[in-house]
Design a protein around this ligand. Structure first.
Ligand SMILES: [Zn+2]
Length: 461
């Protein structure tokens, strides 16, 4: 009871203080228990960061506040004593743990206010007392993009989106990072539309125009456009070369039976076929003599490979649906890992920079490179970035939502597509800065649209 009274008095005082600070805020007299709980929560939220900031100012004891304080002080010292909330926020985001990011905006504002009340002399002294190296350029002003490893004499980079939707915010990371590296090394930037899945990720006809438009809008005009489905004959040619060197075989085992072989690490009997029989069955596949699901072309790997996903993976399968660009011209389609590996080699890709969720593709593709005696590109990865406001929405879900009238179109403001963000007033410069600030870290992070919006405000002034 005593606690409740103390809390109510403190809360009333807090409400009074808040009304004085923010006169537009509705008055908050306690009328229900719920309001009381909310009030106590607000009180704790407002008080704790201050305690934390004071602790951080006294000594380095509070990790998140330390990070905020360091950047607030540094920004203030470098800008005549007045730190900028957005600039501090950008710096802080690069250093925080995933769990802290959601709350950071409010706390940065509080710390910046506190720091801005100090004189420049005090700010400088406090900064150097706690972080003696903070004003050394080499420590803080590091480039967002580290030098590329490996041979950089002929840098060729690519992004390879599936044209089953226009680009979304997540995919723009690949455009920005690869596009910037291409500029940095005076290299070549390839936009390849990987449209060889005619059924599950069926291409969207408009996306063939929209994606190049999105890339240009982001500020990368200098790219070479390659459309995978226009290169089907090349993939067939390499399938035959692979069969010829004994690296692939036609397999007619039912899917479930092969899954069993794969699980147990047993070789499928189709592996023992003579090369001539494999070539004949491959030609019959192309000639339409098999139905969907009756036969596939598998890459010969190691059926005891420690990762079952890599055991004799499928390179080609039959899909008879109509393709938006190729119509009914082809019925045998390469799997993405096969198509992508052949293209990466033939297009001379020197570096592949992609999400670490695609590491399994690297393993599959490397194996193919080894079979052909090619050198695999230098590969770099980044971690996942989850944007709170959008969650996980797949292109096929959006497409369904549009068809059902749930969304007005691909530029519906609730969607994470670049077309929607553009409509909401987000500038390409802000998206570029957002991704360059995050850089090439392999750490998974969680971010909010508020961060992008905060950066965007700089470009709208
Ligand atoms: Zn088989």
């Amino acid at each position: 009871m005593i606690f409740l009274c103390v809390a109510m008095v403190a809360l009333q005082q807090q409400c009074f203080m808040q009304r004085r600070r923010t006169p537009k805020r509705p008055s908050c007299f306690i009328t229900t228990h719920l309001q009381l709980l909310r009030g106590i929560n607000q009180l704790l939220w407002d008080t704790l960061p201050c305690i934390c900031i004071r602790r951080a100012m006294a000594k380095k004891g509070c990790k998140m506040k330390d990070i905020i304080l360091k950047h607030a002080l540094r920004n203030a010292v470098l800008h005549g004593g007045k730190a900028n909330v957005n600039a501090v926020l950008n710096k802080v985001l690069g250093e925080l743990e995933k769990k802290d990011i959601a709350q950071v905006g409010k706390q940065v504002k509080k710390v910046v206010e506190e720091v801005n009340r100090m004189s420049v002399k005090e700010q400088r002294e406090k900064l150097l007392e706690m972080w003696p190296n903070a004003l050394e350029k080499k420590v803080e002003d590091k480039k967002a993009l580290k030098p590329l490893p490996g041979d950089t004499s002929h840098v060729v980079l690519r992004i390879a989106p599936n044209p089953n939707a226009p680009l979304h915010l997540g995919a723009s990371r690949g455009v920005v990072i690869n596009g910037e590296y291409a500029k940095l090394y005076n290299g070549k930037f390839i936009l390849r539309l990987d449209d060889t899945d005619p059924s599950i990720k069926k291409p969207l006809p408009e996306a063939y125009e929209w994606i190049p438009e999105d890339v240009r809008w982001l500020g990368y005009n200098d790219f070479e456009l390659v459309i995978a489905s226009d290169r089907m004959e090349i993939y067939y040619e390499y399938a035959e070369k692979l069969i010829d060197i004994g690296g692939a075989y036609t397999c007619t085992c039912p899917r479930e039976r092969f899954a069993e072989y794969k699980r147990k690490g047993i070789e499928c009997p189709c592996r023992k076929k003579e090369k001539e029989q494999v070539i004949k069955e491959w030609k019959d596949m192309l000639a339409g003599k098999y139905k969907e699901g009756e036969i596939v072309l598998r890459v010969k790997t190691d059926m005891k490979h420690k990762n079952p996903g890599l055991r004799d993976w499928v390179a080609f399968r039959i899909k008879k649906g109509e393709h938006p660009r190729q119509g009914n011209k082809y019925i045998v389609w390469p799997m993405l890992d096969f198509q992508s590996a052949i293209d990466d080699h033939l297009l001379g890709i020197s570096h592949i920079i992609r999400g670490k969720d695609l590491m399994h593709s690297t393993f599959k593709q490397k194996l193919l490179y080894e079979k052909f005696g090619w050198t695999y590109p230098t590969t770099l990865y980044w971690g996942r970035v989850k944007i709170h406001e959008f969650g996980k929405v797949s292109s096929s879900e959006i497409r369904k939502g549009i068809e059902e009238g749930k969304y007005s179109g691909w530029d519906d403001p609730r969607l994470p597509t670049l077309r929607a963000l553009r409509k909401r007033g987000i500038k390409a410069e802000a998206i570029r800065e957002f991704w360059l600030d995050i850089g090439l870290s392999e750490r998974d992070i969680s971010a909010s649209m508020q961060i992008l919006e905060a950066i965007n405000r700089k470009y709208n002034k």
